[in-house]
Design a protein around this ligand. Sequence first.
Ligand code: GLN
Ligand code: ZN
Length: 761
Amino acid sequence: MQTHNLGYPRIGGNRELKKACEGYWSGKISLHELQSAGESVRRNNWEVQKEAGIDLIPSNDFSFYDQVLDLSMTVGAIPERYHEVILKKGNNELDLYFAMARGYQKDGLDITAMEMTKWFDTNYHYIVPEFKKDQQFKLFSTKVIQEYIEAKNQGLITKPVLIGPVSFLLLGKEKETGFDRIDLIKNILPVYLEVLKKLEDNHVEWVQFDEPFLAMDLNDKEKDALVYTYGEIRKAFPDLKILLANYFDCFGANLKTALSLPVDTFHLDLVRCPSQLDDILESGLLKKRKSLSLGLVDGRNIWKNDYLKSQKLIEKAINAIGSDRIFIAPSCSLLHAPIDLELEDEKGLSAEVKDWLAFAKQKLQEVKELGTLTEEKLAKNQASIQSRNKSKLIHKNEVKERIAGLPESIDQRKSPFSIRQQKQKMALNLPLFPTTTIGSFPQTTEVRSWRAKFKKGVLSKSQYNKNLESETIKAIQWQEAIGLDVLVHGEFERNDMVEYFGEQLDGFLFTKNGWVQSYGSRCVKPPIIYGDVSRPSKMTVDWTSFAQSQTEKLVKGMLTGPVTILQWSFVRDDQPRKDTCNQIALAIRDEVIDLEKAGIKIIQIDEPAIREGLPLRKSDWQSYLDWAVKAFRISASGVQDETQIHTHMCYSEFNDIIENIAAMDADVITIECSRSQMELLDAFGEFNYPNEIGPGVYDIHSPRVPARNEMYALLEKAVQVIPESQLWVNPDCGLKTRGWEETKSALIEMVSAAKLLRESI
Ligand code: GLN
Ligand code: ZN
């Protein structure tokens, strides 16, 4: 059996790449320094994988921002509006690349960023390719070839990874009507062939094509495109070894098409879908000499692999097709896992718990060990697995009993929305088109340095709190001054919207360095939910009350919802996700009730992750949505009618789940809309969404400051779709990643856009 890996995290063990990118963006480091930071991450990654003894090591899994954007650059899918960037003096290919990712506002140019959306059901975000009718493609960036040669120069023949052309097209978006982007397959394929030719000239042996759309519902045309694509590639390169990777689910109804493709190896995600191995072996569709890559080690979670379970699958495969037709691998790219458990010290993670876990580097070891499993290694592994199953750290009777005894009505508000709305209008007395923000304000270097010093013990708790208080007071005064209607406290005390809650809840644990890339240079450090969840004491009431005590205006309480906490954590795999979610929902519900008791009249429960939790296949959606919506309702329904519950979601398309969004029954929902030019709002309009909505009027992922009239134009569009009395005005999302200067300018413009709209009515 051989071993291989599908991709390795590229942020660097100490987030070196994040720091280098941000340094380059702010002009602190040169292009050369950025390049060498990238090079050293790549060299290190290759070495780690080589040392672990992995047979086939990937290249082109590195990226300065996003692998989908890399491919847009490769095939020259560069929207026209960026063409000028490269012409500006001193600019290079990477400046163009970053302009597409982040927008560009200098040298007299003002260009918005490309859209960004979730990578399947993960918390990774990619830059959405843009396609036009009859679009022509042309090899532009040769990154994939360069990186292959770079590794080769270091003595390593790698397996370049490319997103397959069918998935690439499907990941993108049609920017004009009258065509289907899958029809571009004939135009794009020649560029792939050109890349393969160049790789072949450099003696490439294996190429990995990721076609994760094989785990989604495909129509006939899309299936035909797959058959056409891989048929053409095979015709042009009869000797090239091709590994076709599918992950996050099984082939489902695409099984027959997939197995008919003229590739050498099919990669299967046996973590998400272990039963597919039987399906494939029994189908009789796997042709002779084709091999299977068994994705056994979970690329998306942090639990140690259960070797006994894996061994059963391996044996089954060996018995059916023989060991020389088998590869052992992680289930998907390790991009979604933190890098190295050894970077965690005993203070953070007890030895008992550490023994249950494996991060990317350890997962490589697991892949290797599974390839050559000995009795001794198996026994050692099983001891860890047993220790976790039986641990007293995990099970809490009070929590299990409370869940078991919940009344049927636990998710019901007292009255329906129409009644609540009247009562809230009376109680809150807000103007038409109320303005607000989504919660966080800039987490400046200073704010972050206080937290770092406090955690190190260099800054006392009281001094830390004093600093945060003064930051909060400044934010409140400033919001008052510019005339926002509903204020927020700014979330200065929070490192991350999930971690902050996880740290205060029982059942969670934390790593020091377990970072995972979310988008671009943004990384998150997901908590690990290892046991039953409960809330030992109030979590946000002090800060919210403090902020409210500083102003006559309304301050909105700010919580993270149960589905998002679940979705953005590494979740225990020993009980259904739904059960864990309900435990979190009760903890948030108690917090909501405590905020109300403390006099807070508006409470936002963020659920940006609802949509990304959707299973990949539509037939599985409703059962997820049922429990997810119910968990949100449980968290939100403990309050009086007068108390206004907000929720917030980012970069989501809502068309197909609008009914479920409505069923969440939040009094107000704020959504990200600006990058799509309010397109995302249409779903709400068409559905006659009954509750109030704040469509985001400006993109917070980019430092670009939108002008009043630009936001006013978006609001005018919104008024076409949403009744006036239901419309709020706010940015797309929280502002923690922005600087103060751009934040202030943008919000001043936003408030004045709302005023203009009020006057125009
Ligand atoms: N309240 C959070 C913030 O403002 C919401 C962030 C999010 O939706 N991702 O940062
Ligand atoms: Zn958001």
